[in-house]
Design a protein around this ligand. Structure first.
Ligand SMILES: *Cc1c(COP(=O)(O)O)cnc(C)c1O
Length: 367
């Protein structure tokens, strides 16, 4: 038997979450973001549920090829664009759309002398200051690309830094939207603006002909704890489950695990779970991180080790060897422990947990 730890991917929940995107922005084209191997879920495992999307967005050409191998013939957008002039041959062969965000990429496109009909998403740096052209250079670059015979279409693109919250006493999007809107006044072309947070929070305020939905598709709330997945109508898509493989009875002043950083104050029954940081559970998760045993919410105690962690079985008197443990997601009886709850307790976000599940964990798909 393999170790009992399993990541269950819920295909029905993936479809439900895509439906939430559709209903939020009914007139937009929806690109499903499947970078980082579909946020750790596996591109092949999410494909059937997402193939009613209008496009896919990701970073690696190798992942794009996997989508083509699955039979996807629609748009695929490379969110960081090309990393070498040779990549343009793949863009032609596999019909990949790509972001252009720096001068070097413009040069590579210009110097590509072979037949091509590039579909470009030209990125404006409207204030996030990671990728893109400052508004002053944006217009010049757009004009320049538009004149090239190899460029068939240019979509105006930008990315929000704070769509999930406020910034300097304003909504988190106003400072960037103002730059973007002023610059684009009178320019032809579609726009691609919204990520999950903007789709959910600003659907009425932002014109985004193409939206790029990521985290919401995977059952994590982009603005947790302000809103939970229940608030947004989203369902968990990944359940990390394992089992109790040992039970210990601690007396007062006894400890569990490395570093003895949990000391029992009173007698306590402790379950040892087959899950550790080598499975992708964060070592930094402190005593008190929520966890389910037999569908009952309890807490981790002591330090997470490579292959194991410990749970407080006080609220679960019937727990025994083999009892189901849910690290995040849904129990087999349907009880939900939102990945956002676990992430918040660990000082991180759902994105990092779902991307971090390691190769030694078995995956299985379920309706
Ligand atoms: C990852 C990414 C997204 C998706 O963001 P979510 O917060 O996961 O919805 C959208 N646009 C770009 C450019 C990205 O890199």
């Amino acid at each position: 038997m393999p170790r009992p730890i399993t990541a269950v991917i819920h295909t029905q929940a993936l479809r439900q979450n895509l439906e939430v995107v559709r209903k939020s922005v009914p007139t937009s084209q929806v690109f499903a973001v499947v970078k980082a191997n579909a946020y750790g879920h596996g591109i092949e495992r999410v494909y059937e549920s997402f193939k009613s999307a209008d496009g896919f967005a990701l970073l690696d050409i190798e992942e794009a090829k996997r989508l083509r191998a699955l039979g996807w013939t629609g748009p695929i957008l490379l969110l960081e664009g090309i990393f070498s002039p040779q990549d343009l041959f793949d863009c032609v062969q596999y019909q990949l759309s790509f972001t252009v965000h720096n001068e070097q990429q413009v040069e590579w496109v210009q110097q590509h002398i072979y037949p091509a009909q590039f579909d470009i998403f030209l990125k404006m740096n409207s204030g996030m200051n990671r990728l893109g052209f400052k508004p002053q250079q944006y217009f010049k670059t757009w004009q320049h690309l538009k004149r090239l015979n190899s460029v068939a279409k240019i979509t105006h693109m930008m990315h929000f830094s704070d769509a999930d919250g406020d910034r300097l006493g304003q909504t988190g999007i106003d400072y960037q939207l103002a730059e973007f809107e002023v610059m684009l006044q009178g320019l032809a072309g579609e726009r691609s603006v919204c990520n999950s947070a903007a789709i959910l929070r600003y659907k009425a305020h932002v014109q985004s002909d193409v939206v790029r939905a990521g985290i919401m598709l995977y059952g994590s709330s982009p603005d947790y704890p302000k809103h939970s997945i229940q608030d947004w109508g989203l369902a968990p898509t990944m359940s990390l489950r394992s089992e109790i493989i040992a039970i210990q009875q601690l007396n007062p002043n006894e400890s569990v695990g490395y570093g003895s950083n949990f000391i029992a104050e009173q007698p306590i029954k402790v379950g040892i779970v087959a899950c550790g940081y080598a499975d992708g559970y964060q070592r930094i998760s402190p005593t008190g991180t929520p966890i389910l045993v037999n569908g009952i919410r309890t807490r981790t105690i002591g330090r997470v080790s490579m292959d194991m962690l410990a749970v407080d079985l006080t609220p679960v008197p019937n727990a025994e060897l083999g009892s189901e443990v849910v690290l995040w997601g849904k129990s087999s009886t349907g009880i939900v422990l939102a990945i956002d709850d676990v992430a918040a307790a660990s000082g991180t976000v759902g994105y990092e947990l779902m991307c971090g599940v390691t190769a030694r964990v078995n995956f299985k798909s379920q309706e």
